[in-house]
Write a protein that binds this ligand. Structure first.
Ligand code: FAD
Length: 429
């Protein structure tokens, strides 16, 4: 996944309506929306399109269990996915197979029931499962689960093929995509952003959208702004082909599974993420105390070389080589012990899958905000800059909605949902 040989440099445009920093799902879908409205767009990606979170995720596109503040945006995103797949003309495995969470304990089941009740106003196609139904779905002969929750409208897709197909669609719509082109800093004039300075030169822009995933915090820090956003290390694996338990995704504490087009499963586990302590951790510690308290065991802290790594550096100029060029692709190594633990969890939670082999494991850095919802909107302290980041571990599914909302804000259009919960102003930006 980390192989990187830069494509030949292409001449940059002098000026565009919107310059987008970051070729993940948010940047690509924002570009698609903008091009569809007739705007000129240049999208800059330091590595390859989708090379970080957007190709490494589990591929779940679920509304079930979502924070209610982002439900309207999630439901819009779910409506957009099939349209985008049809417009791309490519099959990237988009399947409305439903999502199920199985509860191992009464406490887990109580959490699902609480969400079920709270989400009633959204009239979701969600129902609670009995213990017997949960065990039958997982293929358990003896009683194991306490119940579950199922939403039949939830979806999944193959992340790598999906982001590549959407980028091709954007290119066909006229978006100028520059891979291997890091944006070092914002170009500034009279206190407002008037474009970007890339490693290959300057490009003027009416608006700049920062959709750089885990890199937004250091990018903004370098511009003198503070965004409480931390990057946690997560991992996933894929297995050899196995029997189908359900048409959709199934989540459980020991292991969560998504059926793949190749007949195997993408498997992961929540609560085994690691956080490498970097200088920003001290700056933003207080902002994350509540999250750590409410979700004990969410991340394991470790202190190592990452302290001095690219996400740790925070001052450079337009003429300096930037951390974005030093680390074209964030490709953290997966922890072999965690991968083994996921395979053990897979076999125990879903006995029919006990014979599957691990074919590949990988790591990915997930960017997280203290309230675990995105940051989308104008940066008041830096006119001309729109922020679209902080998707906090669920941005693949939410991505098209987030991209579109950011595009609407960048061009002064009426937003598809109330953007207030996502305002950067809540973090003083
Ligand atoms: C293991 C794992 C499992 C996950 N599972 C799910 C899931 O099942 N469902 C779900 O909805 N979400 C999931 N997520 C989260 C989801 O992948 C992310 O929330 C989403 O992809 C974020 O998209 P993005 O566009 O904001 O960021 P990214 O995909 O990280 O894209 C940002 C891009 O910006 C580029 N960039 C950064 N700075 C610069 C710069 N200065 N110049 C040029 N380019 C720059 C980066 O190279 C990168 O490609 C998972 C994530 C991981 C890692």
């Amino acid at each position: 996944m980390a192989d990187f040989s830069p494509p030949p440099a292409r001449p940059l445009p002098e000026r565009v309506d919107v310059a987008i920093v970051g070729g993940g799902i948010v940047g690509v879908t924002a570009a698609l929306a903008l091009a569809g409205w007739g705007h000129s767009v240049a999208l800059f990606e330091k590595g390859r399109i989708g090379c970080e979170q957007s190709s490494r995720n589990w591929g779940w596109i679920r509304a079930q269990g979502r924070d209610l503040r982002e439900m309207p945006l999630m439901l819009e995103a779910q409506a957009m996915w099939p349209r985008l797949a049809a417009e791309s003309g490519e099959d990237f495995g988009l399947t409305r197979g439903g999502a199920t969470y199985l509860a191992l304990t009464e406490a887990e089941m109580a959490g699902h029931v609480a969400w079920f009740e709270a989400a009633r106003p959204f009239q979701m196609a969600t129902r609670l499962l009995s213990a017997r139904e949960a065990d039958a779905l997982a293929g358990q002969d003896a009683p194991r689960f306490r119940g579950g929750i199922h939403t039949e409208t939830d979806m999944h897709a193959e992340p790598g093929p999906a982001i590549a197909a959407l980028a091709r669609l954007a290119a066909r719509r006229g978006v100028a995509i520059y891979e291997a082109t890091a944006v070092r800093v914002l170009d500034m004039a009279a206190g407002r952003s008037c474009g970007v300075v890339t490693e290959h030169g300057r490009v003027g822009a009416e608006a700049v959208m920062l959709a750089g995933g885990a890199w937004c915090r250091p990018f903004l820090e370098n511009a003198g702004l503070s965004l409480p956003q931390l990057a946690v290390r997560s991992q996933a694996l894929r297995t050899s082909p196995g029997p189908r338990l359900a048409p959709g995704v199934i989540g459980a504490t020991p292991a969560s599974i998504r059926p793949r087009r190749d007949g195997g499963y993408t498997v992961g586990r929540t609560g085994v993420a690691g956080f490498d302590i970097i200088p920003a951790a001290f700056t933003h510690f207080r902002a994350f105390v509540k999250l750590m308290r409410d979700r004990p065991g969410l991340v394991r802290l470790s202190l190592g070389r990452a302290f001095f790594g690219p996400l740790g550096r925070h001052r450079w100029g337009a003429d300096d080589r930037s951390p974005f060029e030093d680390a074209r692709i964030l490709d953290p190594s997966p922890d072999p012990a965690v991968l083994r633990g996921i395979m053990t969890g897979l076999a125990s939670a879903y006995p029919p899958l006990a014979g599957l082999r691990m074919v590949q494991g990988w790591g990915g850095m997930i960017d997280v905000t203290p309230d675990e919802i995105p940051v989308i909107g104008p940066v008041a302290r830096l006119p001309g800059l729109i922020l679209a980041t902080g998707l906090s571990g669920h941005g693949f599914g939410l991505g098209p909605g987030a991209g579109r909302l950011a595009a609407e804000i960048a061009t002064g259009r009426a937003p598809l949902v109330d953007p207030a919960p996502f305002a950067p102003a809540r973090f003083g930006l």
